[in-house]
Design a protein around this ligand. Sequence first.
Ligand code: ADQ
Length: 475
Amino acid sequence: MANSLQSEYKAVRLIAVSNRTAIDPNARAGGLSVALWDTLKASNGLWIGWSGKIKDFSSQKATLASDDGVDFALCDMSKSQYEGFYLNYANSVLWPLLHNRLDLVNFETHDIGPYRDTNVQFANAVAAHANLDDFVWVHDYHFFLLAHELRAQGWTGQVGFFLHIPFPSPDVFRALPEASELARAICDYDIVGLQSTKDVTNLKQFLSEDCGAQYIGEEDVMVFGRRVTIRHCPIGIDTLSFKAATKSEPAKAASRKLRKFSGDRKLIIGVDRMDYSKGLPQRFESVSKLFDNYPETHGATSFIQIAPPSRSIVDEYIQLREELDGLCGRINGDYGDLDWMPIRYLARPYRREEIAGLYNLADVCLVTPLKDGMNLVAKEFVAAQNPDDPGVLILSQFAGAAEQMTEALIVNPYDTEAVAKTIFRALHMPLDERKFRWAALNDGVTQLDINWWRERFFAPYGANASTQSSQEAAP
Ligand code: ADQ
């Protein structure tokens, strides 16, 4: 039985669930917030998430609010819940594990208890505010268990899940003591969207090897007696509005300010949340090697890195901040001159329009994560370019975006010598080649935008699990 949601989803109310919502200005730098705001606004949706408040004890009752056409139901957390769910299990266990960083997983002190409890709390908020004919759309690794908890309460409505970060190979996922519990819970969603074909392959492989899933057609699996659609849904940006942002007053003002600093020098830009998955120390080393290996860049090229701190009380993030401070100081000390600062590093957020203006001015953009679900910066940079004189995108082979953006200069971010060489090549790329590469990238970013992503997630999928008979069960 085909699901009818795809033809009606604009008429169906969407209930989004994510840890942070964009009602909190501090959460607006995240790609998830940027992507969801427009989607919800278009469908008169309700956004359920954490209020950002830490209380003495967590109340089960969500607070209602509304902002710019979007309604919110916001849950508070207790201090122990914030530590156990957010800092520990979500960000010190799942985040590194799913980014292939087993060396950073907090195995010793890990405890899934607060994660389970928080998934129950958010499932209760969904049950309190959603109707069975709404579509509940759960986002990201904080809520693998949410559909399972809803089903446990007898919820028969449709629940979808989109994972914004990578799903690792089965070997890596199995390293998590609760891998089976999480995988079982994932199967209580009706549809699971993933960023890259590699993520899809990894999840399907895990479900077939460890959960006995059987495949029906290209996207659907029968597992634990349910039919689940596992779909490749690479996220896009709101390309038209981003292009418009490039022409806004704040964009022009930001770009004028930066031009004052850079003069007529070539400009390389990086824009990232300060996170170890983004490969920032390796990127700084690559820029250092650029100055080391190509003395003609001295005084002629500057690198600006914008990196607002995130999760700044987790140890790995404190160390990263210190490492970047040190690297930046060293490079400026080694190569800088009275009238030239090789690296400008700004650890603070900027408005979306300002970022658009900075991309527009830059000649080269460095997007070099060690692992990334997608990476929206790569797409924003392309959208912000001037067609007559476009800049060059350098993109890590480990970003989900590399599967789509093959006309970028693709690099291995660990190979800092090769990245330095690629930056030099990008700085000297002839206009014809720049235009050719950019036109192809721009086509992709324009066609496969945020609306395309949403349509793709909601395109027809397998039978509504809640109406299935148990005879369809897989072994
Ligand atoms: P992130 O890793 O947070 O999210 P990413 O794709 O890198 O997201 O995008 C970051 C967003 O924040 C961009 O829109 C960028 O413009 C904005 N931003 C970054 N620095 C900023 C600053 N200083 N000031 C203002 N804005 C800033 C996760 C996954 C990604 C995935 C997204 C979306 O980790 O792989 O692409 O979700 O699915």
